[in-house]
Write a protein that binds this ligand. Structure first.
Ligand SMILES: [Ca+2]
Ligand SMILES: [Ca+2]
Ligand SMILES: [Ca+2]
Ligand SMILES: [Ca+2]
Length: 206
C-alpha cells in the first residue's frame, strides 16, 4: 500500500490595508449653539393630590334599631374581635388598662352573655321580649342571638350563641377571656398571645 504524503504549505500573507478614508468635509455643523431660545419653560406645579389611601375602618355602629338585627348579628369590630376593639391606641397589644376601659364603656362585655341575659330577664321567665328587650342597654347587646327570628331572645338561644366557635369571650366575659389569653400573666395581651388564641380556637374573627 502506497502512502501518500501531502505537504501543507502555509502561506503567510500579510495584507496591509490602508484605508485612507478621511473625508475631510469641511462641513460646519451648527447645532443651534447660539440660537436664542425664547421658549420659556413653564414650571409644572402639579397640584398635590391629597389622597387618603388608608381609610380607617372605624367601628361600625351596630345598633340597628330593628328587631331584624337580633337575628342578623353584629358586625365584627376587627379581625381580633374584642381584642381589636379594645386596643385603643392601636399598637397591637391590649393592656389591662385598655380592656378595663373597654369594659367600662360597655358593661355587657364584662360578664358572659348568658349572665347578661339573666340580668335583663327581669321576670325570670327565660325570655327577653317586649319591655325587657326595649330596656336592654346597649340595645344591640343581643344582636345575632335570635336564631328563630321571632323578635324575642330566649335563654336557650343565647346559650347556643355563646357556644358557637369563636364566641368564648361572649360566654365567659371579656375580663376572664383576657386573663385566659394573657398566658404569661403580664397584664398585657401581646400580638403573639392573640395569634396563639386564634390558633387554639379561643378567638375568631366575627
Ligand atoms: Ca394597645
Ligand atoms: Ca322575661
Ligand atoms: Ca327567638
Ligand atoms: Ca401577656
Amino acid at each position: 500500500m502506497a502512502v501518500r504524503t501531502s505537504k501543507n504549505v502555509l502561506v503567510v500573507s500579510t495584507l496591509l490595508v490602508i484605508s485612507v478614508g478621511l473625508a475631510a468635509c469641511g462641513s460646519s455643523e451648527e447645532d443651534g449653539s447660539d440660537s436664542s431660545d425664547t421658549q420659556s419653560q413653564p414650571v409644572d406645579e402639579t397640584p398635590a393630590i391629597e389622597r387618603q389611601s388608608s381609610p380607617l375602618d372605624e367601628d361600625q355602629s351596630e345598633g340597628d334599631e330593628s328587631d331584624a338585627s337580633l337575628s342578623g348579628g353584629p358586625t365584627s369590630p376587627g379581625e381580633h374581635s374584642p381584642l381589636s376593639a379594645s386596643d385603643a391606641d392601636g399598637d397591637g397589644t391590649v393592656t389591662r388598662a385598655e380592656i378595663d376601659a373597654y369594659m367600662d364603656a360597655g358593661s355587657e362585655h364584662r360578664v358572659g352573655l348568658v349572665a347578661f341575659f339573666d340580668e335583663n330577664d327581669t321576670d325570670g321567665d327565660g325570655t327577653i321580649d317586649g319591655d325587657e328587650l326595649a330596656a336592654v342597654e346597649p340595645e344591640f347587646a343581643f344582636d345575632g342571638t335570635d336564631s328563630n327570628a321571632d323578635g324575642a331572645v330566649d335563654r336557650t338561644e343565647v346559650e347556643a350563641y355563646v357556644n358557637e366557635p369563636g364566641r368564648l369571650y361572649r360566654k365567659i366575659g371579656l375580663g376572664e377571656f383576657f386573663d385566659l389569653v394573657d398566658t404569661d400573666d403580664d397584664d398585657e395581651v401581646s400580638p403573639a398571645e392573640i395569634e396563639a388564641a386564634h390558633q387554639s380556637g379561643q378567638l375568631a374573627a366575627g
